[in-house]
Ligand binder design. Structure first.
Ligand code: G1P
Length: 294
């Protein structure tokens, strides 16, 4: 079996939930502290050994390409001014991985966005990372998913328990029995079911490992939830032909496409930073007290 080396990051969405900030700035470029959100996602892929990254972009996403490219003029200025730390931070994104791009010409849905990766991926297994889902877990989940794929060669989808009222915003899995070592085989999967129709409280949380056969399934799907070509529907087709597993994630996921999770991720990451953590923790304690939040 071929090892997993490629990752696809669909980044062609409009970012309407963050307007007006996203009127001229791609949502993937919104900074979480001082790094654009998508840099954390690329870093997660690299942390799981996936260094060939394909970003699916669309119109208005040029800033994403600029970010992962060199900016020689800026590098020279920082070097001249002796700003070595900033120079390293600027060079980090263009040395992190081998980043490629393909454009999704029309916003026809996540399934369509993944299908345009076909030519680049070829006949290899690959991961999909949705950039709205930020994992602050040192790539633990994605590494486990790669290991599971390399063990049995079948698709693996990340799952997280959600409250019943939240499940209709997600793909929802129908597991067979209980997970063993965080892995469970699936009987079915459905995109954005009504609360009363949901087969479980396990929601798809934005990380996928696929064999190349997913592209044939993507060719066969019809518009589904929201009138869009849904990746979940292709997984449901694949499930009829081969096993698909769920990998349960229990911590570290933030849906940074939502304002509340964007704030939470910023706080969590700030507390982890040596340069900000101690001062920020002191401030937070003081704030909690002043506002009577404890
Ligand atoms: C997409 C997927 C959905 C998944 C979710 C995770 O939905 O279609 O299955 O649960 O991402 O964030 P979207 O958030 O694009 O509506």
């Amino acid at each position: 079996m071929r090892p997993v080396r490629k990752a696809v990051i669909p980044a062609a969405g409009l970012g309407t939930r963050f307007l007006p900030a996203t009127k001229s700035v791609p949502k993937e470029m919104l900074p979480i502290i001082d790094r654009p959100a998508i840099e954390y996602v690329v870093e997660e892929a690299v942390g799981a050994g996936l260094t060939d990254i394909l970003i699916v972009t669309g119109r208005t996403k040029r800033a994403v390409e600029e970010h992962f490219d060199r900016n020689i003029e800026l590098e020279l200025a920082l070097e001249r001014d002796g700003k070595a730390d900033l120079l390293r931070a600027v060079q980090y994104s263009n040395t992190l991985a081998d980043v490629h791009y393909v454009r999704q010409r029309e916003a026809l849905g996540l399934g369509h966005a993944v299908s345009v990766a076909r030519h680049h991926v070829g006949d290899e297994p690959f991961a999909v990372l949705l950039p709205d889902d930020l994992m602050i877990d040192d790539s633990v989940l994605l590494r486990a998913m790669v290991a599971a794929y390399e063990q049995h060669g079948n698709a693996v989808v990340s799952l997280q328990e959600m409250r019943p009222e939240e499940i209709s915003s997600y793909g929802c899995a129908d597991p067979i029995g209980e997970p063993v070592d965080g892995l469970v085989e699936l009987r079915g999967i459905v995109e954005k079911p009504k609360r009363e129709d949901a087969p479980s409280n396990l929601a798809v949380s934005g990380r996928y490992l696929f064999p190349p056969q997913i592209f044939d399934a993507l060719d066969r799907i019809e518009p589904g939830a929201g009138g869009e070509l849904q990746l979940t529907d292709a997984i449901a087709l694949l499930l009829k032909e081969q096993p698909v597993y769920g990998a349960i994630c229990t911590f570290g996921r933030y849906d940074v496409g939502q304002k509340i999770d964007f704030l939470k991720a910023s706080v969590e990451l700030a507390l982890d930073r040596d340069d900000l953590g101690p001062a920020f923790a002191t401030y937070l304690k003081d704030l909690v007290q002043r506002r009577g939040l404890a």
